[in-house]
Design a protein around this ligand. Structure first.
Ligand code: FAD
Ligand code: DLZ
Ligand code: SF4
Length: 513
């Protein structure tokens, strides 16, 4: 009896269910760098380098444990180009009687795998991914019969279920959520931001970088200064440095942004969590321990834990509950194509220029950059959800559809009509000015509301509300904003719509904005 155990590029954990009952004497593990996965969207070069290097390190780790691994490199002459073809070839070479794989994180690949058995003539066993704290079944149970699926209530259930930051049945400190303390910009006098952990590239990573440079030269992003961890030890080092040096300030400055400071007080572990180098329960427990030992305050620890125990688990549950329909949703009927400057960063809007340049350099931007700069612009400019989703899936090293899609279509674009967010996260330039120093170096004036010199976020915000009045004005959380709009003079409204019109004319004809 030989089982072929397939490990995907984001399944790099010894705890994968596909490895659970492995028989070292008979079974074989297959890992394959393939064109189909590397190009179904044109991933950022650093994302591919990270995944290939982490895959190669994980294969070594399995081999050191005495497990047989067949590893297909991207530039192997006879690389078959797809996971299915690689499985098929090995299954026939080795007279395999079972293919075992943990379910993938993306619907498209799951749908493909569900057809493998009939095309392979071998049993294909798809196992649940148990790296998450809540199973997809747990989420579906929680969601059953609910009109609204609010993250905050799911999160409270998760706190109760796991006992994390709980005293009996009550939340530690008496409140479930300390977000109101977590919205400060960086202090005017400055604050010392610890440098992110930068790990040296070993020979495996150097080889992979060369390969990516050659084979994916037309993909977005820079390969310069690759410093990500590529194995579990490295990922644990990054986590440790975060817990010791940045967690205490994570909450307070969670929403802050600063020119030329890409990393701030965030953890930079999303890519490790999403590939299995770190597991969510160990991260959450390690953060809780920092509160218990007095190393970090409650607003920071609760805020951080909520991202993982709350948001991360929630979006995954929502994705599997609502796919495949979720991907087709476009509640606001947005149609504008993604502007070229999302790739080139060639825009006079300094906030966008900063966030896109940092994304191109690092395959990383922190949450508020993704949500309130890049996402906010995508929302108020009415960009097509398919284009925006593809962009986010390409550019971030932590991007897989299960987590990217609900964040983009739900949190950013309101394309799901409010399944995830109770109202669109639209904001004018005032928000960006409050939370960052971007506006100081911008050619536009954040205090000017309309006209050529005005910050485009200012008039696009109101124009968005005007364009979508029929769809949004019934939302009770939008009532006050529409009241303010209704009190505006006709001249003011006309100035807003005409500023927006000329901005869109320039944008649509590829002029620099
Ligand atoms: P931290 O700020 O230190 O947060 C800690 C961890 O919490 C993250 O590593 C992540 O695992 C989790 N987390 C935080 N916010 C979220 C969230 N909204 N949803 C799910 N998990 C969360 N996260 C991804 O992992 N992959 C994506 O493709 C992705 N796309 C996003 C797209 C948009 C438009 C937005 C608004 C957010 C997106 N996020 C995504 C969530 C979040 O921005 C990133 O997880 C975070 O910026 C990663 O950096 P970090 O590890 O320093 O996170
Ligand atoms: C993202 C990615 C890339 C770039 N390349 C590979 C690959 O060559 N082989 C592989 O097994 N996995 C890769 N991945 C991760 C998969 O795309 C991921 O497993 C699915 O999208 C499901 O989440
Ligand atoms: Fe962005 Fe407007 Fe500020 Fe310029 S003025 S950085 S466009 S918010």
């Amino acid at each position: 009896m030989t089982a072929l155990r397939l490990i995907l590029g984001d399944q790099l954990s010894g705890k994968m269910t596909s490895l659970s009952d492995l028989d070292k004497d008979n079974d074989v593990v297959l890992m394959a760098e393939v064109r189909e996965e590397a190009t179904y969207v044109k991933h950022h070069k650093k994302k591919i380098a990270f995944i290939f290097s982490a895959m190669r390190h994980f294969a070594e780790r399995l081999r050191q444990k005495g497990i047989e691994v067949v590893y297909i490199k991207y530039d192997d002459d006879d690389n078959q180009g797809s996971l299915f073809e690689e499985v098929k070839r090995l299954a026939s070479q080795r007279k395999v009687d079972r293919v075992i794989v943990t379910k993938p994180g993306e619907y498209r690949l799951l749908a493909d795998m569900q057809k493998w058995q009939e095309n392979l003539n071998v049993e294909v066993v798809l196992r649940e991914d148990e790296r998450f704290i809540a199973s997809t079944k747990d989420f579906a149970e929680w969601a059953k019969g609910k009109k609204q699926l609010r993250m905050e209530f799911f999160y409270r259930e998760m706190r109760k279920r796991t006992g994390i930051l709980m005293e009996g049945s009550q939340p530690v400190g008496g409140k479930w959520n300390y977000d109101s303390e977590n919205r400060k910009p960086l202090p005017k006098g400055g604050v010392d931001v610890p440098a992110p952990t930068r790990l040296e590239c070993d020979d495996i990573t150097k080889q992979v970088i060369e390969l990516v440079d050659t084979c994916f030269s037309d993909h977005f992003g820079s390969l310069e200064q690759f410093h990500y961890a590529v194995d579990r030890d490295g990922a644990l080092e990054v986590l440790k440095a975060f817990l010791e040096q940045r967690l205490a300030n994570f909450g307070t400055y969670q929403d802050a942004m600063k020119q030329d400071e890409a990393w701030l007080f965030h953890s930079h572990i999303g890519l490790y969590l999403n590939t299995g180098l770190l597991l969510p329960d160990e991260v959450v427990k390690a953060a809780e321990q920092c509160y218990e030992s007095g190393k970090a305050p409650l607003n920071a620890v609760e805020g951080f834990i909520r991202q993982i125990l709350g948001w991360r688990e929630y979006v995954r549950g929502l994705y599997w509950l609502k796919m495949p329909e979720y991907k087709r949703l476009n509640h606001l009927q947005a149609t504008r194509r993604l502007p070229e400057f999302f790739w080139s960063a060639d825009t006079d809007m300094n906030c966008l220029k900063q966030c896109i340049s940092e994304t191109r350099a690092n395959a990383y931007a922190h949450h508020i950059q993704r949500l309130m700069v890049l996402g906010n612009f995508s929302l108020i400019a009415g960009l097509l959800p398919d284009d925006v989703n593809e962009w986010y899936l390409i550019v971030y090293a932590d991007a897989y559809e299960w987590v990217e899609l609900p964040n983009v279509s739900g949190m950013v674009l309101y394309a799901d009509g409010g399944m995830l967010a109770s109202k669109p996260y639209a904001a004018s330039g005032a928000y960006i000015n409050k939370m960052s120093d971007y506006c100081k170096s911008c050619q536009y004036s954040v205090t000017t509301k309309t006209g050529d010199k005005a910050c485009p976020f200012n008039y696009l915000y109101w124009d968005f509300l005007i364009r979508n009045r029929d769809t949004l004005s019934n939302n009770h959380r939008m009532g006050m904003i529409y009241n303010t709009l209704d009190k505006m003079t006709n001249d003011k409204v006309e100035a807003i719509t005409s500023s927006a019109r000329s901005f869109f004319d320039k944008l649509d004809s590829n002029e620099k904005v």
